[in-house]
Design a protein around this ligand. Structure first.
Ligand code: ADP
Length: 754
């Protein structure tokens, strides 16, 4: 490749495409295509991929989750598989953890693809207030290679499936995706579903009474709790039944009571003021568990937020409906080819295999690692811990080495900063508030004498290069404060130092007061903390490390649970999206099919309680078939179902014929029927999504040893799906027969749905 002229090199893209069209596979052309893009990387970016980066590129093409350390050059590695897969002409996407990284990578790597004759786009806006239109998005996703974030992609997927006409769709069929920082996306962020909210829901008046009820309960008598679960005992259930005067707490009729009690119970037991949320200016503001940052404007779903507001005696905010929802797990499982890269995945390889069926492959570093990971230091309380850490920071700082402090919680970053200030040590503090600005600062964190204090996710994805002369005096020192939720987070922190065989050190300062240990005031350990009672290092070590293991296990478990729940919604979502797409793509609703639907509707009606007398037949007609009644309705014999059916059928056929006459042609009638059904599906599906979200919250409160939550959820979800189908049929028929339709001068259809 080195011998080719620029033109010859760029011309290979067309040749590769031709070979693919003639039946060669991506594997066949991989060596040449990789060689070509390597040469282009060298000429255009001035960087020639190292062998290990090529190895990483192959792993990414083959669908592995490639573990490559920070600073190994993942961005460049990704150019190879992205180029290769984009040659197919199918959608090829790289997702990163934030907008800053997506636009940076698209900008920096873009010239290579363009040189090779492929198009590239960033799917995000740098300015968050700037909104992209569907047309903008169409142009973005039409690019051969797209750099975006997982959040943007997820919302785009949902929006794409809410459009009203085929023309508004903007995504191409998913094909290949590389997920950067894959562990944080696939594991840490996997449980928060992306939700599009819609119209407000009617305000429930049950929050107050449920909240009051819960305050009268006694732990271990009326309810029991585990780490992240709480449920009523048999006794508690009996009590609830008396309290609310109902015969069966779990009966469908009392779903709302059940749900509100669950929400209130969780509000009082699982969410601590100051930990999960704070109250500021009469408003409930959630806190990010990892960073402690206030998440203004974020709300818990399914009524949990309102239950918390009630607990804090705040004004209850409006609950909105969920219109569409998906989790990252399911989003990425939609790609036929998924791969990922990160510096820390090997620790979670089992879980990643379980959930995604993807294997982790550890790619060796380009240069052997020289970083020294020093033994952890253990303290009985956070005072001692921070004091020692600050002393160490100052000591290292005096030697001229740069120091990066990575703290498990925001309050520790603040404490360290305050202490450094007292000692007059200049430093920067990063709390993961602004990715763009923080990236600029973290880039400089390797300069001689720099001190940077950050939370674990601040400035992620940005490489810290050592300043002049820093390598020879020992490189970057990472000082970790606090045992983290899992080992991966700690490895990420350590990985900031010692990139590309640089010198460097890392050391953690941990204590009994770290969040993950979760010592509460009633425990014996609390004494050690408060009264500075002596405790052996061995014992400290055991307690603190065990707390991390437990946190990890509980994380894995709850992720598994949410995957299982979500799989059920996924199945339903697939069916609905398929049906929508068939309609959007011009599939017609055949008259026979419509009559089948109508027949089912009539059968349901005749079986239902609504059907009692001839009066009710007329009511049914008015509600579902026609605004015009005739004499005949009153003469029907009520026990002759065939006669009633025949009569209703005739009215339906009449209605159809009238609508067609108004529209003037078969074609317009087909278009109209399609829109009417689409609207029926959407209305029903929105209800269903909303219901499933609430059901999840409700079911989780039914946990007792004998109940299988997933099984119950599945049953309820299935039943509600069947009901939803019935309401689609009903609404479709009503939309078609009772809509007010007309054509304007340009022969555009206008519909006023009933
Ligand atoms: P990672 O995401 O793996 O931490 P980056 O993609 O940010 O690493 O790359 C780290 C740094 O190494 C970047 O500044 C990049 O320009 C540089 N780099 C990567 N690969 C090479 C290479 N083959 N030759 C020279 N520099 C490289």
């Amino acid at each position: 490749m080195a011998k080719l002229s620029d033109k010859g090199l760029a011309g290979l893209t067309l040749k590769f495409k031709k070979r693919l069209a003639e039946g060669e596979s991506l594997e066949d052309i991989l060596p040449e295509a990789f060689a070509a893009i390597c040469e282009a990387d060298k000429r255009i970016l001035g960087m020639e991929p190292y062998d290990v980066q090529i190895l990483g590129g192959i792993a990414l093409h083959q669908g592995y989750l490639a573990e490559m350390n920070t600073g190994e050059g993942k961005t460049l590695s990704a150019t190879m598989p992205l180029y290769l897969n984009a040659l197919t002409g199918k959608s090829t996407i790289l997702v990163t953890a934030n907008e800053y990284l997506a636009s940076r990578d698209a900008q920096e790597m873009g010239p290579v693809y363009r040189f090779m004759g492929l198009s590239v786009a960033a799917g995000v806006t740098v300015d968050p207030t700037e909104k992209l239109s569907n047309e903008d998005k169409k142009a973005i996703y039409a690019a051969d290679i797209v750099y975006t974030t997982h959040g943007t992609l997820g919302f785009d997927y949902l929006i794409h499936n809410l459009v009203a006409s085929a023309n508004d769709r903007f995504l191409r069929e998913f094909y290949y995706v590389i997920i950067d920082e894959a562990d944080s996306v696939l594991l840490d962020a996997a449980q928060t579903p992306l939700v599009i909210s819609g119209s407000p829901r009617v305000q429930s008046n049950l929050y107050k009474i449920a909240d009051f009820f819960v305050t009268t309960l006694v732990e271990d008598v009326d309810y029991e709790r585990e780490k992240d679960r709480v449920w009523l005992t048999e006794k508690g259930i009996r009590y609830a039944e008396t309290f609310f005067q109902i015969d069966n707490f779990y009966d469908e009729r009392y779903f709302e009571i059940n749900r509100h009690v669950t929400l209130a119970l969780r509000a009082h037991t699982m969410f601590q003021n100051g930990e999960a949320y704070v109250v500021a200016d009469g408003e409930l503001v959630l806190l990010n568990g990892a960073t402690g940052r206030m998440m203004n404007g974020m709300k818990l779903r399914g009524g949990q937020h309102q239950a918390l507001e009630m607990k804090e005696e705040l004004k209850i905010t409006q609950e909105t409906r969920s219109v569409a929802a998906i989790t990252f797990q399911n989003l990425f499982l939609l790609f036929p080819k998924m791969s990922g890269m990160s510096g820390t995945m090997a620790d979670a390889s089992e879980e990643l295999w379980d959930i995604y069926g993807s294997k982790v492959l550890v790619i060796p570093p380009n240069r052997p690692k020289k970083r020294k990971d020093l033994p952890d230091r253990y303290f009985r309380n956070s005072n001692r811990q921070i004091r020692a850490a600050v002393a160490e920071i100052i000591k290292v700082h005096r030697s001229g080495r740069p120091v990066l402090v990575v703290a498990a919680s925001i309050k520790d970053t603040e404490q360290v900063s305050e202490d450094l200030m007292k000692k007059k040590i200049p430093h920067n503090v990063l709390n993961a508030n602004n990715a763009f600005w923080e990236a600029e600062i973290i880039k400089e964190a390797g300069r001689k004498g720099a001190v940077t204090v950050a939370t674990s996710i601040a400035g992620r994805g940005t490489d810290i290069k050592l300043g002049k002369g820093v390598g020879s005096i020992g490189g970057l020192a990472v000082i970790g404060i606090g045992r983290m939720e899992n080992v991966r987070l700690e490895r990420q922190a350590r990985g900031r130092a010692g990139r590309q065989g640089d010198a460097g050190t890392s050391q953690f300062f941990v204590s009994l007061e770290d969040d993950v240990v979760g010592v509460d005031e009633s425990s014996k350990l609390y004494k050690c903390i408060e009264e500075e009672k002596k405790i052996s290092r061995r014992k400290l070590k055991k307690i603190i490390n065990k707390a991390q293991v437990i946190a990890e296990e509980s994380g894995t478990l709850s992720r598994k649970r949410s995957v299982d729940f979500d799989k059920i919604m996924q199945r339903q979502r697939n069916l609905i999206y398929e049906a929508r797409n068939r309609l959007l793509d011009g599939g017609n609703l055949q008259v026979e099919k419509f009559m089948e639907m109508a027949e089912k509707n009539i059968k349901w009606f005749l079986k239902s309680e609504e059907f009692e007398d001839s009066q009710s037949i007329n009511r049914y007609i008015l509600d579902n078939i026609s605004y015009r009644l005739d004499e005949k309705g009153a003469d029907l014999t009520l026990d002759d179902e065939e006669e009633i059916k025949g009569y209703l059928f005739k009215k339906i056929e009449q209605g159809l014929a009238e609508q067609e006459k108004k529209l003037g042609s078969k074609r317009s009638m087909n278009d109209f029927m399609r829109m009417a059904v689409l609207s029926a599906i959407d209305d029903a599906w929105v209800e269903q999504v909303d219901y499933l979200q609430q059901l999840q919250a409700a079911v989780s409160g039914r946990a007792t040893a004998q109940r299988n939550l997933l099984f119950e959820y599945q049953n309820d979800a299935f039943e509600s799906y069947e009901k939803m189908q019935a309401s689609v049929y009903q609404n479709a028929m009503r939309n078609i027969l009772l809509s007010n339709v007309f054509l304007d001068q340009e022969r555009k259809i206008h519909i006023l749905f009933p």
